[in-house]
Design a protein around this ligand. Sequence first.
Ligand SMILES: *Cc1c(COP(=O)(O)O)cnc(C)c1O
Length: 426
Amino acid sequence: MTFKNTLEFAQKLDAEDKLARYREEFIFPQHNGENVIYFTGNSLGLQPKSAKRYVDEIMTDWANLAVEGHFYAEKPWWDYHDRFAQKLAKVVGAKPAEVTVMNTLTVNLHLLMASFYRPKGKRYKIICEEKAFPSDQYMISSQVRFHGYKPEDAIVEIKKREGEHNLRTEDILNKIEKVGSECALVLIGGVNYYTGQVLAMEEITKAGHKVGAFVGWDLAHAAGNIALKLHDWQVDFAAWCSYKYMNSGPGNASGCFINEKYHNLKDIPRFEGWWGHKKDERFLMKPEFKPEAGANAWQISNPPVLAMAPYLASLELFAEVGMPALIEKRNTIVAYLEFILQEIDKEVPGTFEIITPSRQEERGTQLSVFLHGQGKALFDYLMNHGVITDWREPNVIRLAPAPFYCSFEDMYNFGQILKKGIQDKS
Ligand SMILES: *Cc1c(COP(=O)(O)O)cnc(C)c1O
């Protein structure tokens, strides 16, 4: 498609957009009486209008039924989490039994490492990406120390080449091969939070298995953003938060994937609790633990139903629209945003550089823009003009036009504001 940097053209794209009406399903913060241009759906997705209804339903059931709500609520609380599996499985490319919702992301990665990081003899190393999301760094480092190893010895980081912004698949594969039989676990962010790069998850998973390691993925920036086929890729485990692209609300529950090949293993190490116990016998309160079928065996506590309500509301929207339609719009809106940035770069050259890969297969919704020179002042200018982006040191703004609710007109308007900001500041 040949794009044009005009309001008319942007409006034409909106008129042709099959998902355009979903913009109305979300609540936008206001700036001078108008919707902000929201680029931070990769950090905290907007609130679906239906979320409040889902929460209110539980508040009402709690008021009217109190403890009886566990079994007699509109959506009974005791197995509330079971409502997620079918729909979430579609989002991440899994079988429903491989998916569960519980706790929060970093907590779940720790719990999954109890099962999948089992260092033994000379196989004790973890391969991860350099400058992983800080929580992942702390998590991996503390796991390694917990098992009595030194992080500087047991953690192997895959590094970018000098002067490059993104990881090369060949470098990742080579590193895995080199660590070889010392590698216990490969655990990487599937979509890099800083650059937006999408890694070759299938190939990397295969390479990890080839050296006898487990392979897990942190999908914080991938779930609800890119096409995932966790089951077909033979991924061992994965976890993601739901408040980014999945619009579930601040700090909300995490989703987990555990490959079905681990479901009925009697000897798999796992931290257990009563919610992982077989549902139909859970309330017999017997001393012996009988695991639920599938990923649900990793459940520990009874679910925080009030928190999960908005997640369910949002997930219903994902089920209605489906990832293929979201991805189709995502590809167009991201390409349009990229085009607009390039147009501005022609008019006021040298002010910024897109560090996200330009190939569609290597990126999702996010474009990370490295600002040369003016940095933070330009970011502040955007915020003061109703453009919500975020700032990452040393000099990067991240722009994620979530296809669920961002419009092509937003992209055009953003371009105009950005150009003015650059001109005003220089
Ligand atoms: C957002 C994000 C997290 C956040 O973890 P929480 O436990 O939900 O606070 C972790 N890892 C990555 C890669 C993230 O992008």
